[in-house]
Design a protein around this ligand. Structure first.
Ligand code: ADP
Ligand code: MG
Length: 695
């Protein structure tokens, strides 16, 4: 069979310049691209279901005779038609309708309709079914074939292109397969039941007897064949990214030059680093000494002491005469780092340059100048650091905390600042452990270091779930903890991104708590406060002058008050597991028993319940990360949904975890072979996403 040559989509019937432009937005310019625009799910329109056999939630085709059609004035005005098929009656309901539509639904008219079955007050209903009247001669009846020969695919689409249009386009593209076929790019012995072409044909037009369940769950061999290929392509694209990064030299930062400063830092601390911290410091030190850019990810549970590891690395770069940039995703976390580094580095004679979005005017000008001339050795800040106006004199090391809040492309943007002939080393710190499975696909361009040990004296936090109806009990608990000299957090959550709504909610809560606990010193922090105000409240809490701190999730990361032993989280069901784990990590830092109260709003959704139970069950960040992945999927866990980096077309994690070993070995095999095959694979599956990664 001939290889499918590039054919522009405009060669297809019905594709004019307008549609071609719309398709291009989906990354579809060639006929072959359409073949890889795969259905999200399927509808079974091949059979007529008797009304008596309907099940809530299923999508069905039903035929019946109209008995009555009327406009009903309920809470919403609607057109309601009732149809009968001899086994039962079904209600069709339209909230948007025309007069013509009503008059076309004359009693006696026979209809074929398709839609999702829901339960109404008087039996089953379908809202806005697709329907057509049957012709006079057309046979009707129940439990028989409709004449449709395949399951109906439902394609991913936004606006502009409808399902019918996608189906027409894709079926035309399938027609090309009779004459020429896309290249099978995987090694022949990949152990798959379906070939590439078989898989494409099957998934665009599954036969009527196709196992719908397996298809819906992504378990069908045809899906596995393509998922495998997609994961391989994705993995290879990350490896290529890594190779490109490492094609430019980095400064070799000698270990021995860093040692005097590093020793001085460690000696000034009231503790010794854990064995795990020491091991990771060594791994990083060795990387930095090589003239190849380090690309390393440090994982460690909340409180495992990643900041010290970062500081230790920074000293190696600074002692070698290079600059260091440390970037954090939020103002409050960046500020925490700044304070830590100032505290640790001032005795060593190293000053910290501070750069956040809020640093403006003269202060900003001075800071950027000191970085551009190389006068300042260390910059700490938010994403303000990778704005164009910020340049460095000799940037040797870039460190990014909480990587998953940034995309790969943002990290790369910062690494670009070293100038073209040299690239800085890159260190990524993540507080949320990344499940192994996910790290293979999402972070294959990085080496890993794991701090798998907490400093001594940390107590696991006991987590309890309490219904918000029993809020009074929780308030009493806060009073009790504070009366015995401990401190507490009360965290308010809102789904809205808006800072001002969050701030309002936190303010209201603080007022209510103050009324309920008049004798208590209560503080409030939220994202709308000025940094100085925030800092002064945090300081008062640290000094023990405030017993209770009401906060929005701004305290998620970085805040460190060992005497705080109780945390109440309101509406925890609104947050992801990782975020809850982060929040909870703010307590249990001082020795002694600590508690976290999840004050939930009932009724809990099933996934909300599972999330909270997982949190109650475990304090282990790795376990929680795996659960989070299972419950919410990789896009949410990594927070990179926006960038589309993990918007797989067919692969799904964790459903396809079992493919990952094969992904690894196939990628390895391909790397020994023709580079053009690798390019073709990446092009086929990730052309859209690559745009984001190429900074
Ligand atoms: P995370 O890994 O969550 O970023 P941090 O770096 O913020 O953790 O460290 C949490 C706290 O533990 C800080 O107060 C830090 O100074 C302290 N710490 C770090 N390493 C050790 C250690 N080896 N022994 C005791 N305390 C430590
Ligand atoms: Mg940290």
């Amino acid at each position: 069979m001939a290889v499918l040559e590039p054919v522009p989509v405009t060669a297809l019937r019905g594709v004019g310049p307008r549609l071609a432009t719309q398709l291009a937005d989906y990354g579809i310019t060639q006929v072959e691209d359409l073949l890889f625009h795969l259905p999200l799910r399927y509808q079974d329109r091949t059979r007529i279901t008797p009304i008596a056999g309907l099940q809530e939630g299923s999508e069905v085709t039903v035929e019946g005779e109209v008995r009555l059609a009327d406009i009903v004035f309920g809470r919403r005005r609607s057109l309601v038609a009732r149809i009968q098929d001899g086994t039962g009656t079904l209600t069709l309901r339209f909230f948007h309708f025309s007069a013509a539509q009503k008059s076309s639904l004359q009693p006696g008219t026979r209809l074929r309709c398709f839609g999702q079955v829901r339960r109404g007050a008087n039996g089953f209903e379908i809202f806005h079914p697709e329907y057509r009247a049957l012709e006079t001669g057309e046979t009707s009846g129940v439990s028989r074939s409709t004449g449709e020969e395949a399951l109906t695919p439902v394609y991913p689409t936004t606006t502009g292109i409808g399902q019918t249009q996608w189906r027409k386009l894709c079926s035309q593209a399938l027609g090309f397969l009779q004459r020429a076929q896309p290249r099978d790019l995987l090694p022949a012995d990949s152990g798959q039941a379906f070939t590439l072409v078989q898989a494409l044909q099957y998934l665009h037009a599954p036969p009527p007897d196709a196992p719908l369940d397996a298809l819906l769950e992504g378990r069908h061999p045809a899906q596995l064949r393509l998922a495998l290929e997609e994961l391989v392509a994705h993995h290879l694209s990350l490896l290529r990214l890594r190779a490109r990064q490492q094609a430019t030299a980095a400064p070799a930062l000698h270990v021995d030059r860093g040692q005097p400063l590093q020793q001085a830092l460690l000696q000034s601390l009231p503790f010794t680093p854990t064995v795990a911290q020491q091991r990771v410091m060594m791994e990083i030190g060795n990387d930095l000494a090589r003239p190849v850019p380090m690309l390393r990810l440090v994982q460690g549970d909340v409180g495992s002491g990643k900041t010290l590891v970062a500081a230790h690395a920074a000293l190696q770069a600074i002692a070698n005469g290079y600059q260091v940039a440390l970037m954090a995703p939020t103002e409050i976390l960046a500020e925490q780092h700044r304070l830590n580094f100032e505290h640790w580095f001032a005795p060593l004679g190293i000053t910290v340059e501070w750069l956040s979005g809020r640093v403006k005017g003269k202060a900003r000008q001075v800071a950027t100048e000191r970085l551009a001339t190389g006068e300042a050795a260390l910059a700490v800040g938010t994403h303000a650091l990778f704005q164009e106006t910020v340049t460095f004199h000799r940037l040797g090391l870039v460190m990014v905390d909480e990587q998953h809040k940034f995309g790969v492309h943002q990290r790369l943007a910062l690494s670009q600042k070293a100038g073209s002939e040299s690239r800085p080393h890159q260190l990524v710190l993540t507080a949320t452990p990344i499940p192994r499975t996910l790290s293979m696909v999402a972070y294959a361009d990085l080496d890993f270091s794991v701090i798998d040990e907490l400093p001594p004296g940390r107590e696991p936090v006991t987590t309890v779930l309490i219904d918000s109806q029993r809020r009074d009990q929780v308030i009493a608990r806060v009073a009790h903890a504070c009366a015995s000299g401990r401190q507490a957090y009360w965290v308010c959550t809102l789904i809205e991104e808006s800072d001002s709504l969050q701030a309002q909610a936190a303010e209201a809560t603080a007022e209510l708590l103050q009324e309920a606990l008049p004798g208590l010193q209560i503080g409030l922090v939220h994202g709308r406060m000025k940094p100085v105000e925030k800092a002064s409240v945090m300081d008062a809490f640290k000094r023990g002058e405030l017993a209770l701190l009401v906060a929005t999730t701004v305290i998620e990361v970085g805040v460190d008050v060992p005497n705080a032993s109780l945390m109440v989280i309101e509406n925890p069901e609104r947050l992801g597991l990782a975020q809850l784990h982060q929040l909870r990590g703010r307590v249990g830092r001082g020795g002694g028993a600590s508690h976290c109260v999840l004050l939930y709003q009932s009724p809990l959704s099933r996934s909300g319940q599972q999330r909270l139970l997982a949190l109650r069950e475990s304090n282990d960040g790795f376990y929680i990360a795996e659960k989070d992945l299972e419950l919410r999927g990789p896009g949410e866990v990594l927070g990179t949904r926006q960038t589309g980096l993990l918007a797989f077309r067919i692969a799904e994690l964790p459903a396809h975890n079992h493919l990952l070993d094969a992904v690894h070995s196939i990628a390895h095999t391909l790397q020994q072979g023709d580079p053009a095959v690798i390019e073709a694979l990446i092009q086929r599956w990730t052309a859209q996403r690559e745009k984001f990664a190429e900074v």
